[in-house]
Design a protein around this ligand. Structure first.
Ligand SMILES: Cc1ncc(COP(=O)(O)O)c(C=O)c1O
Length: 303
């Protein structure tokens, strides 16, 4: 897109660092806006205040498998003549008003890291676009700046997807929708079993279908819950424990603690429970019962 040094791209601080690395990799500056506390995705109300004459693009993240609220984000982009690039790395097959994410912005980015809803058996990723010129340029960039062998129009990279990984992905792709449906069923079962628990369950926003790349709850005493689950042999994750504006890698951006209260609150309260399409009903019930038991003990201990 011709974005480079001197340009700014607006994104969120509660995401995997790769979102911001894509910006710094081209020499541009990530500018963060906080997320909405319910959807965990970019708060469209905050974007306009972060726009400067240097802003070139918006980079919303469809976090944990749920779409960001794209309509108001796209409206801001239209008003200010900005590109929109979607980070759909956690949202293969998620929808926004019935349409799959990754297809709204000028480009949509997918990761095929093995743990993703569509993962290969090594490293891989893809960008989708309906802009033929952008597609042509990206094809060149991924292959040493070349469309025709040994003729290099621009300096590029070796970013080709390995053929073997492409083969694995072709076999797995037809199963994506049924795996996502099972993830949604696992989430529904968690929702039923944990309905009365004193934790915050993931909200399904009315604007689309969540495909539960991760099942992220919030707990007041996250560490006690995490330890109880670990003691029962149940692994959990933190996605993510340190928001990007507080990472050492981005200290030079000059953000202080307190700059993004919603992201910081989430970082200290979130906990990812086991979530994958092969979970059995018995496994879901066991995770839920350890969660409930731990919360019960915590309440008794504080009485
Ligand atoms: C939100 C998000 N963006 C970008 C990436 C980067 O993908 P990759 O690991 O394939 O580089 C990931 C996953 O790793 C991610 O979760």
């Amino acid at each position: 897109m011709g974005i480079g040094p001197g340009d700014e791209v607006i994104t969120v601080p509660n995401t995997f660092i790769a979102t911001a690395e894509a910006i710094t990799a081209v020499g541009a500056r990530p500018v963060f806006v906080d997320v909405d506390r319910v959807s965990y995705t970019m708060d469209p109300q905050l974007i306009e205040a972060a726009i400067t004459p240097h802003t070139k693009a918006l980079l919303p993240v469809h976090l944990y498998g749920q779409s960001a609220d794209l309509e108001p984000i796209l409206a801001v982009a239209r008003r200010h003549n900005l590109h929109v690039v979607e980070d759909a790395c956690q949202a293969h097959g998620a929808t926004y008003h019935g349409r799959r994410v990754g297809t709204f912005g000028a480009a949509g980015c997918f990761s095929f890291y093995p743990g993703k809803n569509l993962g290969c058996l090594g490293e891989g990723g893809a960008v989708v676009t309906d802009d033929p010129e952008l597609a042509r340029r990206m094809r060149m960039l991924r292959d040493h700046g070349s469309i025709k062998k040994y003729e290099h129009s621009i300096p590029g990279y070796n970013f080709r997807l390995e053929g073997l990984q492409g083969g694995f992905l072709s076999v797995k792709l037809p199963h994506l929708d049924s795996w996502n449906a099972r993830r949604r069923a696992v989430a529904q079962r968690y929702r039923e079993l944990l309905a009365d628990a004193s934790i915050c369950l993931p909200a399904e926003m009315g604007w689309g279908e969540h495909i539960y790349h991760l099942y992220v709850i919030q707990a007041d005493d996250r560490e006690a819950l995490r330890q109880a689950l670990s003691a029962a042999g149940i692994e959990t994750g933190l996605h993510y424990p340190v928001p990007l504006h507080l990472q050492a890698a981005y200290a030079s951006l000059g953000y202080d603690k307190g700059a993004f209260p919603a992201s910081e609150h989430l970082a200290s309260h979130i906990l990812s429970l086991p979530m994958h399409p092969y979970m059995t009903d018995a496994e879901i019930a066991r995770v839920a019962s350890v969660v409930l038991e731990s919360l019960e003990c915590q309440t008794t201990a504080t009485k």
